[in-house]
Design a protein around this ligand. Structure first.
Ligand code: GLC
Length: 422
């Protein structure tokens, strides 16, 4: 398939999933607006229509909560085909949303859009309006998800990490009960192969946490301490720190010096704390269970995503080497879990498969740190997956088999990004 054909197919998918002022990830399985999907999708969209790309992120921030949180899903239109829907979350907003958040990639995305856009006046206006809102979101994270001021924030639900079903959550999930979870009908397994999706035991725990937080009135001053699930994810923190750093650079550019200084302070404190997540034994970062204080023995792509932030040279080099090792264990980088681990499952949601958005961020981090050859391998593998298997939600890193939903928005957006580099 020629590059022109690839570009056209990706553009068609973005148009197909476009709902005017936001984009759905894929028909059927995910019929609403998802937070980090939108931010990453806007990057691809900018190659087609700059104003529409800004609108994608603007729409997300229209639904920012008063306390600063930006929710993980915005339920713009009712759709019976998704569980758990608005009535389960019951957050009491006019346009319903979920009550949890997702990786804070907006700061990174807005800076990249700002630099790329040809329409300079538009870019300045849109970025200036978004900047304080993104800064409020960052403040929310450090206020509500790092009450002890460790420099690193915790997630309270696996769905916040974006790596929903990772092996990383298995041990902390043991502290999450399932009693009192009423009967419910899953919808995900009607749209996608159940073998690619989470198990019932995991789903019960996802829902227990939602019910628990709902009973606390979604009050973010209480949720952190009241949650039996508090995990410090290096990938999540790296994305947030990269966004803080990018927001600072952008704020300098847009004459907001106080905002820039504050974001830089957050970066300094976060990077200083990052080393507590390093495992010399495994040569990568690990998640930390904040409840037990232990590092979680699980070699996922969360620990590799750290390279997306400005971590020190020594650790960046070790991550690059680690990715090379993983490359020798699979055909298509970057597996969401180390294939050498017996718990690896190449087709089940975040327990092994490769995702193009993760590839994009890891590749970007490797390039920033000067690891061009490894970044190039990721780029080649990503485009090979598309040519061989189409625009799937994710792929088996051993066979390249397409998994999960099809005609997937952020996969298409990443292809547009990769093609620009190719
Ligand atoms: C899945 C993914 C999550 C993504 C969503 C929509 O839930 O785990 O990261 O945001 O799908 O694509």
């Amino acid at each position: 398939m020629s590059q022109v054909d690839l570009f056209q197919q990706a553009a068609d998918i973005l148009h197909e999933n476009d709902r005017g002022h936001y984009t759905i990830p894929t028909k059927g399985l995910y019929p609403f607006q998802w937070n980090w999907d939108s931010c990453l999708t806007a990057l691809g969209m900018a190659w087609l229509d700059e104003a529409r790309a800004w609108t994608e992120i603007d729409t997300l921030f229209v639904h920012q909560w008063d306390d600063g949180m930006v929710p993980h899903i915005i339920f713009h239109e009712p759709d019976e085909g998704y569980f758990p829907g608005p009535d389960v979350w019951d957050v009491g907003r006019e346009t319903p949303t979920t009550g949890i958040t997702q990786p804070a990639v907006a700061g990174f995305a807005v800076k990249r859009l700002y630099e790329r856009c040809q329409d300079r006046a538009l870019a300045r206006t849109r970025a200036s309006a978004l900047l304080p809102k993104i800064a409020d979101w960052h403040e929310w994270f450090y206020r509500c998800r790092d009450p002890q001021q460790t420099g690193l924030v915790a997630v309270l639900h696996p769905w916040e990490t974006g790596r929903d079903n990772s092996i990383d959550w298995d041990v902390p999930f043991e502290q999450v009960p399932t009693e009192g979870v009423g009967p419910y009908t899953r919808r995900d397994t009607q749209h996608a192969n159940p073998e690619h999706r989470p198990t019932q035991a995991q789903y019960d725990r996802y829902i227990w946490l939602v019910q628990h937080f709902r009973a606390l009135g979604w009050d973010n001053t209480r949720l952190h301490d009241a949650s039996p699930f508090q995990v410090v994810d290096p990938g999540f923190n790296a994305i947030l720190l990269r966004s803080c750093a990018d927001l600072a650079t952008l704020a300098d550019e847009l004459d907001m010096p106080a905002l820039a200084a504050r974001q830089r302070a957050l970066v300094a404190q976060g990077l200083a704390a990052f080393n507590t997540l390093w495992s010399e034994q495994h040569q990568q970062y690990l998640c930390q269970d904040r409840v037990s204080g232990e590092l979680i023995d699980s070699l996922s792509s969360g620990g590799l995503l750290a390279v997306f932030a400005g971590i020190d040279r020594t650790h960046a080099q070790k991550i690059a080497r680690r990715i090379e090792v993983l490359g020798s264990r699979c055909s298509y980088l970057v597996p969401s879990h180390d294939p050498a681990d017996p718990r690896f499952d190449g087709r089940r949601y975040w327990r092994g498969p490769s995702w193009l958005i993760v590839n994009y961020m890891i590749m970007d981090g490797l390039l920033e740190h000067g690891y061009e050859a490894t970044a190039e391998k990721i780029l080649r593998g990503s485009l090979a997956l598309i040519r061989e298997s189409g625009f799937a939600e994710y792929y088996d890193p051993l066979s390249g088999e397409p998994c999960g939903g099809g005609r997937f928005t952020w996969t298409a957006a990443m292809v547009l990004e990769f093609l620009q580099r190719d």
